[in-house]
Design a protein around this ligand. Structure first.
Ligand code: TXA
Ligand code: MG
Length: 352
């Protein structure tokens, strides 16, 4: 059931379901999440079951922006390194997830049993209204400190950016708080803060430079740190970092504009002229204008800037699946820092 976030009782209904140990679909500024009380083991187990996600893959816990997110962080984290504190001050509420050492006895199931916890303070007003309602103890209820929520898609699939996407992934029975299409469209930037230096686990809308500027430290990559780490620590398990992830059903191929034009020309020679009677089996998603596209190719222009592309990327991939194409040809995004998040998602979507 989809409830509009602006309707009077929607927040209260979602809060009641969460307090009762149920699941909800919730909007954030990045993508929609599938949420449950992060400290309720049985509720968290339902998230893994609904997604078909292996239960040792940790979930992100979302906290209220009261006190800039600090009270939520203090509940779940055993300690917050000074550079992590600076990142919270700079970017919370917002699309940044921090991996921190977990306080014993809290969020254990959400953390997949690991000694660390991923925390995020989302900026979406409906998510915050819900988180605030859950912290409310005015009529004697105990507080719910956080909502564990992975993206609300089946494991390995494209993240949902509208309430309708969530319903199509997880079924009509799920209570979904509809906060409109997500502003950003790709998942949060994840920084591991448990290894003495900030380590980028997943690129997102907040870029490297912004992170480095905010904390005055160089942002390491996972690979770099694994090589230098004298303790030989294994990088944490993160399903968003699996090579094949965020994949539509159709096969995604990345190619530059020149290769794309060559492929389109080649295709045109084997297709019937004007053969639009059959359903398209190939979608093309490109920034560069292509010449003489056969009618039987489903063409969609990729915006010229990374922010606009992130906003529509997952919906575009979903629409190609809905059109029933077998192949999605995507023009490789530019190698510039602003495109890092989009490039990362497309590389994973195109991994064999
Ligand atoms: O934007 C987002 O981050 C969205 C919205 C709903 O907030 N959430 C999201 O969650 O993308 P999910 O579960 O699809 O991706 C979370 C990523 C996973 O790769 C997970 O493994 C990693 O965060 N993660 C969570 N807790 C972790 C931990 N303790 N250590 C390492 N990685 C962790
Ligand atoms: Mg996900």
């Amino acid at each position: 059931m989809i409830l509009s976030a602006s309707a009077p009782d929607s927040i209260a209904a979602c809060a009641a379901t969460t307090r009762a140990g149920g699941l909800i679909g919730l909007p954030t500024e990045t993508v929609y999440g599938l949420g449950a009380d992060a400290d309720n083991e049985a509720a968290v187990a339902q998230i893994f079951a609904a997604k078909g996600r292996p239960s040792d893959h940790p979930l992100i816990v979302h906290v209220s922006s009261q006190d800039g997110g600090m009270s939520g962080a203090a509940h779940y984290a055993a300690q917050v390194a000074p550079f992590a504190q600076q990142l919270m001050s700079a970017f919370w509420p917002g699309p940044l997830t921090l991996i921190l050492p977990r306080r014993a006895g809290v969020g254990e199931a959400a953390a997949g049993g690991q000694g660390t916890i991923g925390l995020r303070c989302p900026a979406h007003p409906a998510a915050q209204a819900l988180l605030r309602a859950l912290r409310d103890t005015s009529d004697g209820k105990p507080p719910v400190w956080g909502i564990a929520a992975p993206s609300a898609n089946r494991f390995g699939r494209v993240s949902p950016t509208t309430a309708a996407h969530v319903a199509s992934e997880l079924g009509p029975d799920l209570l979904i708080l509809d906060g409109g299409p997500c502003d950003l469209g790709i998942e949060s930037t994840i920084i591991d803060c448990t290894r003495g230096a900030p380590v980028l686990l997943r690129p997102g809308s907040i870029g490297r430079q912004q992170v480095e500027q905010a904390c005055g430290r160089r942002l390491l990559s996972n690979e770099e740190l694994s090589e230098q780490d004298p303790r030989g620590l294994q990088p944490p398990k993160a399903s968003g970092t699996l090579v094949s992830h965020y994949a539509p059903v159709a096969q995604v191929r990345l190619m530059d504009a020149k290769a794309m034009q060559t492929a389109v020309d080649l295709l045109a020679t084997v297709m019937h002229p004007g053969g639009s009677d059959t359903k398209p089996s190939i979608a093309v998603y490109a920034r560069t204008a292509l010449k003489s596209i056969p009618l039987s190719i489903l063409l969609r222009r990729m915006p010229d800037d990374a922010v606009a592309t992130a906003y529509q990327l997952f919906a575009a991939l979903r629409s190609f699946d809905e059109a029933g194409v077998k192949l999605i040809w995507v023009e490789t995004p530019p190698e510039t820092p602003d495109w890092e998040g989009v490039r990362d998602r497309l590389l994973r979507a195109s991994a064999p």
